[in-house]
Write a protein that binds this ligand. Structure first.
Ligand code: 1CP
Length: 346
C-alpha cells in the first residue's frame, strides 16, 4: 500500500472533510502555520536566507513537522513558497530582509514570452519533492500533508509586477493592452504548475492547495474571460483522487464562477459570512474563515469568534477550520493555541 492510501490518513478528519464526510469534530490547520510568529522559525531564519531554507529539504521538513506537531493541527503544509516556481520559469527571485518577494526581470510584453521556459519539475524542483518525502515520513500517520502552488493569476501578478502590489497596474495594463500575451503567460505558468503539483502528490502529498491570494483584484468579467479557463485547466489537470483546495481572498463577487472550477474545497476569507458563502458556492467543502487579525485581540474574543464561525458552519459536513488568510508575523502564539484548543473542544 502506498503511504498516500494508508487507512489512517484516508480516515483523517481533514481528508474526510475534503470529501464532505461527517467527522467527530471540525478539522483545523492554519495557512502560514510555520513562520515568523514562531520563535523556533525565527532562530532558523537568523542563520540562513529564506530561499536557502526552502531549498534545504531536511530543514524545510523540520519546519513543517515542528509547526504541525507543536500546534496539534489536523494537517501540515509543505514549507516552501508559491514563488519558488518562478526560478525555473526564467525569473530572478530574491527576498529582501523582512520584505516580500522581488523579481529582477519582470514580464512586461509579448517580447518576454520567449524567455519564459518550460519547466521540468523533476529536475528544477526536486528539492521540494525531497521535502515532501521527508516531511511525509516524519509526520504522524494521521496527519495529512498538503502540497501547494500559486494559481495562474496570482503567479502572473508577481512576475509582471516584479513583486507584491496594491493596484496591480502593470498586470492589468498588460491584460488590457495585449490579452494574447497575458493569456500566453498564464498558459505557460499553468502547464508548469500542473506538473509541479502532481510531482508533489506523487512524492507523498495527500491534497493540493492552489493559492489565488490576489484574484479578488479582478472584476468578475475579467476573471471569467481571462483567468478562469486557466485556473480550471490547472485543477482539471491534478491527479484524480487528490483533493484540491482553491483559496482566494475578496472573492465574493466571483462565487458563482468559483463553483465551476472543479475544486473539492473552496477557501474563503472573513469578508463574507461563512454560511452565505456556503449557500453561494453550493456542493463543495468550505475552508475558513476567521480574520487573522482577531488573533491580536483578547483570548476571550478569539474563542468567541471561533464559536461564531462554527455556528455558521452549522455542523454541515465538509467544514475545514482555517483563517481567512495566513497567520501574520507578529501574532501572539498563545492566541493561536487558544484558537486551536477552542476548535478542538467544540
Ligand atoms: O522568513 C521569511 O522572512 C519569509 C516569510 C515567508 C514564509 C514563511 C515567505 C515570503 N513565504 C513563506 C512560506 C510560505 N508561503 C508557505 C509555507 C508555510 C506555511 O503556510 O506554513 C506558503 C503556503 C506560502 C504561500 C505564499 N507565498 C502565498 C500565498 C498565501 C498568502 O499568504 O497569500 C503568497 C502570496 C506568497 C508570496 C510571499 N512569500 C513571502 C511573502 C512575505 C509573501 C507575500 C508578499 C506579498 O504580500 O506580496
Amino acid at each position: 500500500m502506498t503511504e498516500a492510501s494508508a487507512p489512517a490518513l484516508q480516515q483523517s478528519l481533514f481528508l474526510k472533510a475534503c470529501r464532505r464526510e461527517k467527522t467527530d469534530r471540525t478539522p483545523i490547520w492554519l495557512m502560514r502555520q510555520a513562520g515568523r510568529y514562531m520563535k523556533e522559525y525565527r532562530e532558523i531564519r537568523a542563520r540562513m536566507p529564506f530561499i536557502e531554507l526552502c531549498k534545504d529539504s531536511d530543514l524545510a521538513a523540520e519546519v513543517t513537522v515542528h509547526a504541525a506537531h507543536t500546534l496539534g493541527v489536523d494537517a501540515a503544509i509543505i514549507f516552501s513558497d508559491i514563488l519558488m516556481l518562478v526560478e525555473p520559469l526564467g525569473f530572478e527571485l530574491s527576498y529582501g530582509k523582512d520584505q516580500g518577494p522581488r523579481i529582477a526581470n519582470p514580464f512586461r510584453s509579448s517580447a518576454d514570452l520567449a524567455r519564459v521556459r518550460p519547466v521540468q519539475p523533476h529536475d528544477s524542483m526536486s528539492y521540494v519533492f525531497d521535502a515532501v518525502r521527508k516531511t511525509r515520513r516524519a509526520l504522524r500517520e494521521n496527519v495529512p500533508l498538503i502540497g501547494f502552488a500559486g494559481a495562474p493569476f496570482t503567479m502572473a501578478s508577481y512576475v509582471i509586477e516584479g513583486g507584491g502590489s496594491k493596484n496591480f497596474i502593470e498586470t492589468k495594463r498588460l491584460l488590457y493592452a495585449d490579452p494574447a500575451a497575458f493569456g500566453a503567460l498564464l498558459e505557460k505558468i499553468t502547464t508548469a504548475t500542473i506538473d509541479y503539483v502532481n510531482g508533489q502528490a506523487a512524492a507523498g502529498a495527500q491534497a493540493i492547495q492552489i493559492f489565488d491570494s490576489w484574484v479578488g483584484a479582478l472584476s468578475p468579467d475579467d476573471f471569467r474571460r481571462h483567468v478562469l479557463p486557466h485556473t480550471r485547466r490547472l485543477i482539471a489537470g491534478i491527479t484524480p483522487g487528490v483533493p484540491t483546495i482553491y483559496f482566494g481572498t475578496q472573492t465574493n463577487g466571483l462565487f458563482p464562477m468559483l463553483r465551476d472550477l472543479g475544486a473539492n474545497v473552496i477557501g474563503v476569507d472573513w469578508r463574507v459570512e461563512l454560511d452565505a458563502a456556503w449557500t453561494a458556492l453550493g456542493d463543495v467543502a468550505i475552508q475558513g474563515n476567521l480574520d487573522p487579525v482577531v488573533l491580536f485581540g483578547t483570548e476571550a474574543e478569539v474563542r468567541s469568534q471561533v464559536r461564531r464561525v462554527l455556528r455558521q458552519a452549522g455542523g454541515r459536513p465538509g467544514h475545514i477550520f482555517n483563517l481567512g488568510h495566513g497567520v501574520l508575523p507578529e501574532t501572539p502564539v498563545e492566541n493561536v493555541l487558544a484558537l486551536i484548543d477552542e476548535v478542538k473542544g467544540a
